[in-house]
Design a protein around this ligand. Sequence first.
Ligand code: ADP
Length: 557
Amino acid sequence: MSGRDDPLDEAGGSGGAAGSGARHARWQTKLRREGRARSGPLIYFGLVPAIVVAVLLLGAAALGTSLQIEKVQQQTVFDATMSVVVERVDRLDKMIIAQDNAALASVDVGHLSQIARRWLPTAARETPTVRAILVLDLDHDDREVRAFVSRAPGAEDDRFRRLLVGRLLVQMDLATPPGEQLRHLHTLLDEQSLLVSYWQRSHAGRRYLVVAWHDAGRLLHEVMPQLFADLDRSSRMNVVDQQGRILFGTPIQAGGFTVGLPFPTTLYNWRLQVALTGAEGLAQRALRQRLVQLAVVGFAALLAVAGVVILVRASVTERRLAALRSEFVANVSHELKTPLASVRMFGELLLTGRVPSEDKRREYLQIIVGESERLTTLIDNVLDFARVERGHAAYELERGDVATTVGRAVEVLRYRAERQGIELRLRAQPSPAVHDARAIELCVMNVLDNALKYAKGTEAVEIDVGRAPGGEAAGAAVQVRIADLGPGIAPDEQERIFDRFVRGRSAREQHARGSGIGLALVKHIAESHGGSVRVQSPLTEAGRGSAFILTLPAAPS
Ligand code: ADP
């Protein structure tokens, strides 16, 4: 508000004890600030990584546990499926072997002609999948077929007989000594799946081969549907050949829960594959769960980081504000001291009577009055600001002429302006508005005070009061424009200078005294009246000048 430019300021500013007091206060503030600054980064730089690491550890632990649970779940499903598959392949194997044994029971290599009589009557019931029984003389050079009994004689039988002698015998394990042992041959010939069960038998010094030819088609289309009916309902299953072609059942989605096993001894080229219903979904559910978990951990980490960032920013702002506040206290005390010192000095001069002339006496008195007014403005500013800060600011709104209010403020500062050689040019038109005259006067005095403070050495400050120019809507507003040709305000500062405690480049460059609350107060008062304040700068091509424009809603006529 008041500036060092006034010779009176300098007179007051030299107060020795007062000056050292302010220096002491600043020094103490500096010490306090440095103390906080040292512990601050330590807390933040330790706190941020600590929180992030804690969240990540927590997330990793949760993820680890869920992975373990998932693994156990998978193992359980796998074990359950496996036991189902083992049981089913065994069952089919046993069923075929039981038929083999029943078929063999009807074969007496000593009485080959009796096979048909002994086997055929019970064949459909006891050996439903055995299509034919053959007996071969292994010691005969041509491996002569000594007996062939078929349940459905036909051309197929001859083909099978030729296949057996020509191509199947070489694949059979005939090297081992003859015994009771049952063997199986499961093979693919000419795209046809063949299953034969065979035994070696000896009689009268000759080796015979007894063969039971199974009907693979019947196994697929009659036996399996019966055997796997319940499985087909409770799960997804199929039987595939060596090439993975589905022979029976439905396709199974690829996934980690499908268990496949070949039939151990009989149809060993085929596999039974089973995926328990729900097991397929389990993998997807597990994946979904993991994704959700990862998202939650990520979100928590993000929240923690965001929280810390907010904390740090809030604390930095708080510390900056605290620093600004203490600077403000120092500035205000200094500003109060200056006019007080002037009042005291000129008062004492008058008291001692050492005044050369009546004119001088009048001048001193005028200085005392002027400085008292400055003091009042200053104190009003601080009190109003304190009220605004506490949220207790209240304005007495009354209809009145803004031109009159502005005129009063101009008159208060006219004497000081004259002493600085600056003319205050007021052009005012009657402008009725509902406003708190004291508050608006304070606004104008703050802006004018700044103009006198920062635009030293210029010729004049122009004050215009009237209707806001522009359209209908703008016409309903009253505008006070205060323009100087001082250094102007850089565009990057034009917003910030209305923030509390903020002092601009011009203040720093000119070492002008002030507290940084003047424009914040102006903005608050303007907005509380439903109006606004803005700055225009520069005003000349040389980049000088600034105009503060206060707009208030006009009173309805
Ligand atoms: P201060 O006590 O610093 O004057 P204000 O809130 O009144 O605080 O002003 C904020 C800042 O705006 C000042 O520090 C100054 O840099 C800038 N400012 C205000 N008025 C003018 C002006 N007429 N010319 C140049 N700069 C100005």
